[in-house]
Design a protein around this ligand. Structure first.
Ligand SMILES: [Zn+2]
Length: 191
């Protein structure tokens, strides 16, 4: 499974193909991604959690979720880089980019985190339709006044930093929760 993740661009694979390749099912239920146990959650669970956190700690809630997600993404990204380099030698940027693209493809097509596309221009851009966090937020509150996809922003951000082994700046510049037609995340190399 790891070999496939790091060897070819998976973004054109269908949901069914990806699911049967990466996800272990038992009794028709998604159980594992490799050896990692999987579970389904309500879209309203995460959004509701953030809303409650904001009641407790105010605007610091975003910073907490973002920072925690970024750290976990970085741990995952660094582990992927280390494992790759152990077998194949130094990872170049082109390979790093393909792996990040593959990861977000799996989140979108196997986990239902939204319809996710990854674009590379002067910066990295991740575009999401029906983001899990935004869909959940809209279900609870209809419309917000700031972007709400903190986990996806933080986790993608950290993953980029771990896989590329350098720092990035990340922002969610559009969000369905504030009425935009899609969520959009921009990541730029620092320095
Ligand atoms: Zn969003």
């Amino acid at each position: 499974m790891f070999d496939l993740l790091v060897s070819k661009d998976l973004s054109e694979m269908s949901e069914e193909e990806l699911d049967s390749t990466f996800v272990v099912h038992e009794d028709g239920v998604k159980k594992f991604l490799g050896r990692i146990p999987l579970g389904c959650i309500y879209a309203t669970f995460l959004a509701g959690l953030y809303i409650e956190m904001e009641k407790i700690v105010g605007r610091a809630a975003k910073g907490l979720i973002l920072s925690a997600s970024r750290n976990r993404g970085k741990i995952a990204g660094s582990a992927i880089r280390r494992r790759y380099e152990k077998d194949h030698g130094k990872m170049n940027d082109k390979k790093a980019e393909m792996i990040v693209k593959n990861m977000v493809t799996i989140w979108g097509k196997c986990f239902g985190w939204g319809k996710i596309e990854f674009e590379r221009g002067d910066e990295f851009r991740v575009i999401v339709k029906n983001s899990l966090e935004a869909v959940g937020f809209i279900k609870i509150k209809k419309r917000g006044n700031h972007p709400v996809c903190w986990m996806l922003l933080g986790y993608t951000w950290g993953l980029l930093e771990g896989i590329f082994a350098r720092r990035f700046e990340g922002r969610e510049v559009r969000c369905e929760a504030v009425g935009d037609e899609r969520c959009e995340f921009v990541f730029q190399t620092v320095g």
